[in-house]
Design a protein around this ligand. Structure first.
Ligand SMILES: *Cc1c(COP(=O)(O)O)cnc(C)c1O
Length: 391
């Protein structure tokens, strides 16, 4: 059976070039980067090379890049590290309502510990309300965190406009840019960003590698102690092969940026026009222009999204409800809720996330299967009647 993977916002296939770059660090170059001998120096030089690549990618200095186990750790660290280091200054943190769970859940935890959290609303396209930010920022605010690109609907925030306000009030600004790499330029100077989270496996790098950018001078507590790695802020022997792979993935991502961008635009435009033509009563979510082309969120009214996903899987097509973390749980998407979708629309939402290896033939096949399944589910599903009562 033909298999088509359309869940690239959850994770991507490891690139062959990246694997090649990583291989020697599983075999010959196995030194501990903290050791003083030549084995150690080889590891250090590999890690530092990756650090330089990532720093260049986001226009940062190398000593502002701290390797982590991924985006979740970087997000947890940014929030907890800033919160605990700045309690004397204040206890107020502002985030958007549509952040990834690795931000939302740490905020819930910080709230239990006495921090005050404001969740900024978004409009129907998923853009954060700038006027609410102006209204909510106060002398006790120690951090504002807004994601660059939303993982469920692909909306790209006005990061520059947000940072101008945050900087005016001299507050730290963190950006979860895990979905932003390869989608938009992430120049921390031009965008006025103080902390930024990145992850390797969303850009064809290995799982379990990521980074937190921390601007020099920002007051942040360590994430793990017990080692001098990462300027003693994130102790523990580094995952050298994964870090090397992250650097390589970043390099390729930058090298192929324009080609990928153009290809993703063509694919998503083709998919959207086709699906809108073939399938009635659907809604494409997210901002029309200001969005990641690789992510297309579609609400099929009168359909149970989870059923559709399982039936698509049986036809070899892999998609998801929006966030890998939310699927399997019965909780409805906080992102779609914040954007004001009806319960019926939320239940019927499926995310298609592309990669450049997808062809028009693949899309033709997907839309053909989709239109058959949606029609079938609409005939049998009780969702429509139930949703009418609720909304
Ligand atoms: C995937 C993702 C994360 C988590 O990154 P991991 O490396 O998987 O821990 C954080 N934020 C966003 C927006 C993501 O899409």
């Amino acid at each position: 059976m033909k298999r088509i993977y359309l869940d690239n916002a959850a994770t991507t296939m490891l690139s062959g070039e990246v694997l090649q770059a990583m291989m020697p660090y599983f075999t010959d170059v196995y030194g501990n980067s903290s050791s003083l001998h030549s084995y150690g120096r080889e590891a250090v030089s590999a890690v530092d090379n990756a650090r330089d690549i990532i720093a260049r990618t986001i226009n940062a200095k190398s000593n502002e890049i701290y390797f982590t186990s991924g985006g979740t750790e970087a997000n947890n660290w940014a929030l907890r590290g800033i919160a605990s280091a700045n309690v004397k200054k204040g206890n107020h943190i502002i985030v958007s309502q549509i952040e990834h769970h690795s931000i939302i859940d740490i905020c819930k935890q910080l709230a239990k510990e006495g921090f005050e959290i404001t969740y900024l609303p978004v409009d129907a396209s998923g853009l954060v309300s700038i006027s609410e930010l102006l209204h909510e920022i106060r002398p006790t605010t120690i951090l504002v965190s807004v994601m660059a690109v939303n993982n469920e609907v692909g909306t790209i925030q006005n990061i520059r406009a947000i940072s101008e306000i945050v900087k005016f009030y001299n507050v730290n600004f963190h950006v979860d840019a895990v979905q932003g790499l390869g989608v938009m330029p992430l120049d921390v100077e031009a965008l006025g960003i103080d902390l930024m989270s990145l992850s390797a496996h969303k850009i064809h790098g290995p799982k379990g590698a990521g980074a937190l950018y921390v601007r020099n001078g920002v007051n942040i507590n360590p994430f793990m102690i017990g080692g001098e790695q990462e300027h003693s802020k994130r102790g523990g022997t580094q995952n050298v092969p994964a870090i090397v792979g992250f650097g390589k993935a970043c390099e390729i991502n930058q090298r192929d940026f324009e080609f990928r961008d153009k290809k993703m635009f063509e694919l998503s435009t083709y998919f959207i026009s086709k699906i809108e033509y073939e399938i009635p009563d659907i809604k494409i979510n997210g901002h029309v222009h200001q969005k990641a082309n690789g992510i297309v969120s579609v609400s099929f009214r009168g359909v149970e999204g989870e059923n559709l996903i399982m039936m698509l899987d049986m036809q070899g097509i892999a998609v998801s409800t929006g966030s890998a973390c939310a699927s399997g749980s019965l909780e409805k998407s906080h992102v779609l809720t914040a954007m004001g979708l009806t319960n019926e629309e939320i239940r019927g939402t499926v995310r298609f996330s592309f990669d450049i290896n997808i062809t028009r033939d693949d899309i033709d096949y997907v839309v053909r299967v989709l239109s058959e399944l949606v029609a079938k589910l609409r005939k049998t599903s009780p969702v429509k009647a139930k949703a009418k009562k609720e909304n």
